[in-house]
Design a protein around this ligand. Sequence first.
Ligand SMILES: Cc1cc2nc3c(=O)[nH]c(=O)nc-3n(C[C@H](O)[C@H](O)[C@H](O)COP(=O)(O)OP(=O)(O)OC[C@H]3O[C@@H](n4cnc5c(N)ncnc54)[C@H](O)[C@@H]3O)c2cc1C
Length: 307
Amino acid sequence: MTLPAEADVAICGAGPIGAATATFLARPGLRVVLIDHDPADDPDHVATYRYSGGSIRWTWPDPVKREMTTQTEQFIRGAAPGADLGMIENTYHLLHTGEHIPALNVSATGLVGMLRDQAQEAGAMFVDALVTGVRPDGSGHVVETSRGAIRAGRVLGAMGAANASVFPQASAEPEKRQLFVLDLPVPPERELLPHTIVPVGDGFGYVFVKLIDGDLRVLVGQEDIVADEDTSGPVDHWKEILDSGLAATLPWLRDARVDDILWGVDTAQKTLVVDEPSPGVLIANCGSAIRSAAWLGRTLAERLGSG
Ligand SMILES: Cc1cc2nc3c(=O)[nH]c(=O)nc-3n(C[C@H](O)[C@H](O)[C@H](O)COP(=O)(O)OP(=O)(O)OC[C@H]3O[C@@H](n4cnc5c(N)ncnc54)[C@H](O)[C@@H]3O)c2cc1C
């Protein structure tokens, strides 16, 4: 699709935030252009959703985060009853309290694919181009891309961690996240392994099963067990995590080896961070944007639609 000369809203980035916002803006009839370049094989390209665990439910008692995730869950169930989202329903098992809470896990790439389809069905135009810059132009802005420029009344920066390279004003704090994919087989009795949350020291580990390329795999993530500031690539601190208490609580993990590390750079803040460097330009970031996608899309569409 070639880049049109003009739009009401140009959205830079079609990850969960950009694609969801495009849907809610296009439905009432705005001319929305969604610009994304998403090469899966370029190691320098940032598209964090690809590495996401895809966990939707929020287990902690924060009412705002609960609302963000509830809206997304309702949206997914209502919007895509037949879509192939690799949906797995099981439970969160909070080992420290003994609670079992219903959990929902989806394929993040499946969800983003569905959101992009919905945006286009609602009337948004999708253009495959790399955004290189945004500059003011009269009462609007010009978005420069690898396939030409587009003039838009309003612009949304939704390129995740890559926002910072196009918008120097982006204030979201980057945060590295990793998931260890283990070599463990997933026999039928482990297929519905609860998404187990294990407090370890000042942090916690989470162990869950996820569909990757059609196979069920056991994944382990951690928050605040082992510090890891290196945002240049994955770091294998699996043994350190095991030895710091995870293996003592879940001995069946002790002999597991790491097959792969899913890693990416997310946003430290788990609620919406919006910068507005000039009227009509919003830069949006949110950690855990998969589980909040519908809420983020509605909230940003309201702000952009009324501008
Ligand atoms: C290991 C790991 C596990 C995670 N687990 C979860 C989880 O269980 N649940 C959850 O909710 N979240 C999870 N997350 C976080 C979640 O993946 C991110 O919060 C989310 O992907 C951010 O969405 P986004 O739309 O802001 O950016 P992204 O997902 O990074 O999407 C940005 C989009 O912009 C495009 N883009 C980038 N640069 C350009 C450019 N210059 N021009 C054009 N297009 C561009 C990219 O191709 C991409 O499509 C996890 C993250 C990691 C790393």
